[in-house]
Design a protein around this ligand. Structure first.
Ligand SMILES: NC(=O)c1ccc[n+]([C@@H]2O[C@H](COP(=O)([O-])OP(=O)(O)OC[C@H]3O[C@@H](n4cnc5c(N)ncnc54)[C@H](O)[C@@H]3O)[C@@H](O)[C@H]2O)c1
Length: 403
């Protein structure tokens, strides 16, 4: 039986503490993956970085065994059953594919790939491999959001009608702010939409149980020339370089998108990486025919439920009052704040239940959700180019992405 939360009765599983993993990418989010895995008791055998020197330094900081010589050396390590891909976007396809072909289970960061051809190939490969595959849509795993998913599944808001909100950040506000995400060959042709909008769109599809079917998008690049530092920059790093080169920018700083969901629900979303004061503000409201729900990622333990004709509710996360889904993702008693890093632990608890059982399970976003996200992003890009509504191009062979 898997130790920790849940466990699948009847299946042959080994203790999670005997499962081995490795993390590719040693930046902002690679470290969050490592820490969450270790909190679950997974054996993290090492990391792979862009260079051996960088990976060695990061391994020391994280208290890990010596870093791997190379990506291939990590694949050759038979103790590594699960590979976490947390490198820049342009490497996801090649690294996830190689890991699956080496017989590993794969957890890949979003966006799953650079385009839907790549993500479709990864989905096909993952499904035929029999390995566990997950895409890191961690925001689904805030306990009050798992609770809300359970509530909406039970028709607790009535028919979902309207989904509105934003995802705003300010870390690319200045023309001196620089990151690999600004370079289309490393980050992709979409920037703010693929980087953070993808989370909002995945989350609202997950919560409502309705996929996005068509979009009308307007993308804007306010800062058309940026000053790229001569040296490398880590995501959210605070230091500034004096030595810079002028670079033309073609990816969007901000987007406004109208959305249509399955079953007639409508949505409106604002995305920006240039909104002063907004560090990482994902906000949504979901209006149903009877009640509404609202959430703000900067106050992640709180869920607002709105009613007409009786007082509204402000739920503070507390396992004692959450439903089964919410309790499953919750680790601490009420009043002891949980946050961003805890969502990784809750997501991996679900993923590693499947890994420990040796086969794909449920309760976590798979490559199907990652591929579906790519299709939605491509519809957004096309809509902005053409100035009209665009349907999300799901072929008959593509499975639902909200699961
Ligand atoms: N789920 C989330 O909440 C979340 C948050 C942040 C980032 N992300 C995703 O994680 C990925 C990484 O983002 P980040 O913010 O950590 O970026 P980052 O720049 O901080 O880190 C990227 C790391 O990848 C390393 N790298 C570069 N080339 C490599 C190679 N060939 N092999 C191995 N490692 C290599 C870099 O040295 C760096 O350490 C992106 O795909 C991003 O979209 C997800």
């Amino acid at each position: 039986m898997v130790e920790g939360h849940g466990g699948q009765e009847g299946s042959v599983v080994k203790p999670i503490t005997e499962v081995g993993a490795a993390v590719v990418g040693t930046g902002f989010i690679g470290a969050v993956h490592v820490e969450a895995l270790r909190r679950l008791g997974v054996q993290v055998h090492g990391v792979v970085g862009s260079t051996r020197e960088r990976a060695v330094a990061r391994s020391r900081e994280l208290g890990l065994p010596p870093a791997y010589e190379s990506f291939q050396a990590m694949l050759d390590d038979r103790r590594v059953e699960v590979v976490h891909v947390t490198s820049p976007n342009h490497l996801h396809h090649e690294q996830a594919k190689a890991a699956l072909e080496a017989g590993k289970h794969v957890v890949c960061e979003k966006p799953l790939a650079m385009n839907s051809q790549q993500s479709a190939e990864l989905l096909r490969l993952a499904e035929s491999s029999g390995r566990v595959h997950a895409v890191n849509f961690n925001i689904r795993f805030y306990p009050v959001l798992q609770h809300l998913r359970g509530l909406i599944e039970q028709n607790g808001l009535g028919t979902v009608r309207l989904v509105s909100g934003h995802y705003l950040q300010d870390w690319l506000l200045l023309d001196t702010d620089w990151n690999w995400r600004l370079e289309p060959e490393l980050g992709g042709d979409l920037r703010a939409v693929a980087d953070i909008g993808s989370h909002w769109m995945d989350l609202t599809a997950f919560l409502t149980g309705r996929r996005i079917t068509s979009v009308m998008a307007d993308l804007t690049t306010f800062i058309k020339t940026r000053r790229q530092p001569a040296g490398p920059v880590e995501t959210f790093a605070a230091g500034r370089s004096v030595d810079t080169v002028a670079r033309e920018i073609h990816t969007e700083d901000a987007a406004t998108i109208l959305l249509r969901y399955e079953d007639g629900a409508r949505g409106a979303l604002t995305i920006s990486q240039v909104s002063p004061g907004r560090k990482n503000s994902l906000v949504f409201e979901i209006d149903g025919a009877e009640s509404a729900a609202g959430w703000n990622s900067e106050r992640p333990d709180e869920l607002w439920i709105g009613h007409r004709g009786r007082p509204n509710e402000a739920i503070l996360r507390d396992p004692a009052i959450l439903n089964a889904k919410g309790r499953q993702a919750s680790y601490l008693p009420g009043g002891h704040a949980e946050g961003f890093a805890d969502t990784f632990k809750a997501l991996y608890a679900a993923v590693y239940r499947a890994v420990a059982a040796g086969e794909p399970g449920d309760g976590y976003p798979t490559f199907a959700a990652g591929h579906d996200g790519m299709l939605v992003c491509e519809a957004v890009a096309r809509s902005a180019r053409e100035g009209q509504w665009v349907e999300v191009a799901r072929g008959a062979a593509v499975r639902a992405g909200a699961g």
